[in-house]
Design a protein. Sequence first.
Length: 150
Amino acid sequence: MARTGRPREFDRDKALDAALTLFWTQGYEPTSLNQLKTCMGNISPASFYAAFGSKEALFREVVQRYLETYGQVMAPLWDETLAPRDAIEQTLRRSARMQTTRSHPTGCLIVLGASNCSPENEPVQTLLAAQRERSRKGLQACVARAVAEG
């Protein structure tokens, strides 16, 4: 089917990366739509909504991008070829290094992203809480595997 309307005038990947940095720095709720549109290349409201749908939809996409990039520090928890102790050690060392590097905001978007949200943004808090629970379960599985292996 042919696409209607004008072609997109911004690089979607660059815009997504810029939004990731802004959300990571400020959190979900304090980040305004105007700040997002500005940091994403001064895109128009129409372009923003056409590309991302809403602030929450953009945030969900940002979280997915974070998990596929920076969040990969948690991957050793699910690598059963690693000894449980090694998996946990690699995860903690990689996480500490990632969270303190100067090439991006410090800390963890999954922890900081909704630390100051009001009740109307509960879906955002729930999204991030589910990711934190997944990480806890990964740690628990490593410990359980270590116990089972003696």
